[in-house]
Design a protein around this ligand. Structure first.
Ligand code: 2PG
Ligand code: MG
Length: 400
């Protein structure tokens, strides 16, 4: 495919922050657009994000001019060209956001040229014709209580998620999640005597709690009462970079060590049998915590996010050491579609669970759902089933 022209526009994400939309024109009047989400709790090794002004500066447009009027036959060859053109480790020259926008738009263009859905094209390009399993029954990681950097409440833990299985169909899972979200709102407003409950960045409820355990206990009780135990489990994203400093954690108002925190999490898993996964339980630099906790968890998983930043080598390393049983894949941590696909392949080859994820600042772009389907990923992490988050749920309904 040959790119005739490209454009970078300023748009706004779900927090009202500036982000970019990147388009390519490929001739015959055809153009393809992609928009970029933004993280707030970020790993230090994520691909660089250039603000709109720098992304669309004359100097950057000049550098990017090299992609026009050149033939690229595959997604990989286009992405490798971008990576070489940028030439930095963290994509700070062209901007990881600019590169991923071009890369996603290029994938959309190649898929259209082949008259295929984006997921079909990605599957053939990166995951073998069938992508592995014949059916795809992703677990939906839906964040229903928000804390940490995503909310103004007193929770240190960033996300309390319901993990909804889709063996009975995506529609039935989404309907159950929506009903459960409503029931949870009513339960919280009666428990906390609050007529209005604030929501956080990903649509989950964000009022104050007694401690970091209380939301889990409330969720587990409600799952039992609603008789959803067969289809719902629970997960957390601690995003522990956010409450780590000087080698210690600030948790429930106390300063605790890595060992203390591991013991606290172990207690959570014992108390709440429905709890299945915990993401970034320790800061990305505190790898010892990950090994401490994974040793004690048997049929539960520790998931890497800020720890692994959608990087194939890091995923291979930590999966190889047995300290993660799952990994978050966010294309904008990596900066090209090819690198995100490689991260997914690495997870598959290492036998750990991959969960393709949104960011806390989102747009209406649904590319990640196609990537997840192409890879037959274990899960998709897409927020509460409301507001701007619903676009990803609706794309799942359409393509699964
Ligand atoms: C996370 C994400 C998404 P952010 O930590 O997993 O839920 O948050 O996009 O702010 O990094
Ligand atoms: Mg995370």
């Amino acid at each position: 495919m040959r790119i005739k022209d490209f454009g970078i526009n300023e748009i706004f994400d779900s927090r009202g922050n500036s982000t970019i939309e990147v388009g390519i024109a490929v001739g015959n009047g055809l153009a393809f657009y992609s928009s970029l989400p933004a993280g707030k709790s970020r790993g230090s090794e994520e691909a660089a994000v250039l603000p709109f002004a720098a992304a669309s500066s004359a100097a950057n447009r000049k550098r990017l001019g090299a992609i026009t009027n050149r033939d690229f036959k595959t997604q990989r060859s286009f992405d490798e060209f971008l990576i070489a053109l940028d030439g930095t480790k963290n994509k700070r020259k062209l901007g990881g956001n600019v590169m991923l926008g071009l890369s996603m738009s290029f994938a959309r263009g190649l898929a259209a040229e082949k008259r295929e859905e984006v997921w079909e094209f990605l599957q053939e390009e990166f995951f073998g014709a069938s992508g592995g399993a014949a059916v795809w029954e992703p677990v939906i990681f839906s964040n229903l209580v928000n804390g940490g950097e995503h909310a103004a409440n007193n929770l240190d833990i960033q996300e309390y998620m319901v993990l909804a299985g889709t063996k009975g169909g995506v529609k039935s899972a989404v309907k159950k999640l929506i009903a459960f979200y409503g029931a949870l709102g009513e339960r919280l407003s009666s428990l906390k005597r609050a007529a209005n409950i604030a929501v956080g960045d990903e649509g989950g409820y964000s009022l104050d709690f007694k401690n970091n355990l209380e939301p889990l206990a409330i969720l587990a009780d409600l799952i039992r009462e609603k008789k959803f135990s067969g289809s719902f489990r629970l997960g957390m994203d601690a995003a522990a970079n956010g409450f780590f400093s000087d080698g210690k954690y600030r948790f429930d108002g106390k300063t605790v060590t890595t060992g203390n925190l591991a013991a606290i999490y172990e207690r959570y898993f014992k108390k709440i049998p429905a709890l299945y996964s915990i993401e970034d339980p320790f800061a990305e630099r505190d790898v010892s915590g990950f090994s401490l906790l994974s040793e004690t968890l048997q049929d539960k998983i520790v998931v890497g996010d800020d720890l692994t930043v959608t990087n194939r080598e890091l995923i291979g390393k930590y999966a190889g050491e047995g300290i993660i049983g799952g990994v978050i894949v966010k294309p904008n941590q990596a900066g090209t579609v090819t690198e995100a696909a490689e991260a997914l392949r690495e997870a598959r080859d290492r036998g750990i669970k991959a969960i393709v994820s949104h960011r806390s600042g989102e747009t209406d772009d649904v590319f990640i759902i196609h990537l997840a389907k192409a890879a037959r990923a274990y899960g998709v992490k897409i927020g509460a089933p409301v507001r701007e988050r619903i676009f990803k749920f609706n794309e799942l309904l359409r393509i699964v």
